[in-house]
Design a protein around this ligand. Structure first.
Ligand SMILES: [Zn+2]
Ligand SMILES: [Zn+2]
Length: 146
């Protein structure tokens, strides 16, 4: 979890003005990887008190545009945000509870997968969602159905 000074430096390096909501949202995304907007708003309000939902949406958009955070859209889930932006990692999603875990690039660096047919596109990114059942859920299922 980066210190406030480090978060401010990241904002400045991305040519974003340093504001308390921006620092608080960036901190929340670092602290809670793959959090959805709703939980980020909760964390930011604990830190700053009253902040409008729209303000948090606007900050998330600015941070995403500046590539300080990455927005992912797992199937059957609302958008999630994470601070791990410097790579082309993928995600594991639990079918049962929706838990999300990071998976490193399938092979080497981005886009790490070769499309069977690139249709003339210059591909620079590949995103894979691995779906299955997380260890917590499989243990719980084993207990219910021995
Ligand atoms: Zn699960
Ligand atoms: Zn991730």
């Amino acid at each position: 979890m980066p210190a406030t000074a480090e978060l401010e430096r990241m904002l400045r390096a991305a040519s974003l003005r340093v504001t308390r909501p921006r620092v608080a949202v960036l901190a929340a995304v670092h602290e809670h990887p793959h959090a959805d907007t709703h939980s980020i708003i909760g964390v930011v309000r604990e830190e700053l008190g009253a902040v409008s939902q729209q303000a948090v949406y606007d900050v998330l958009r600015a941070l995403t545009d500046a590539r300080l955070v990455r927005c992912i859209h797992p199937p059957d889930s609302v958008a999630r945000y994470e601070s791990r932006v410097g790579d082309n990692h993928h995600h594991l999603v639990c079918r049962s509870c929706g838990a999300i875990a990071d998976v490193d690039c399938a092979v080497g660096s981005a886009p790490c997968l070769t499309a069977a047919d690139h249709h003339g596109y210059a591909i620079d990114e590949a995103e894979v969602i691995y779906r299955g059942v997380c260890p917590n859920c499989s243990t719980r299922n084993a207990r219910v159905h021995p």
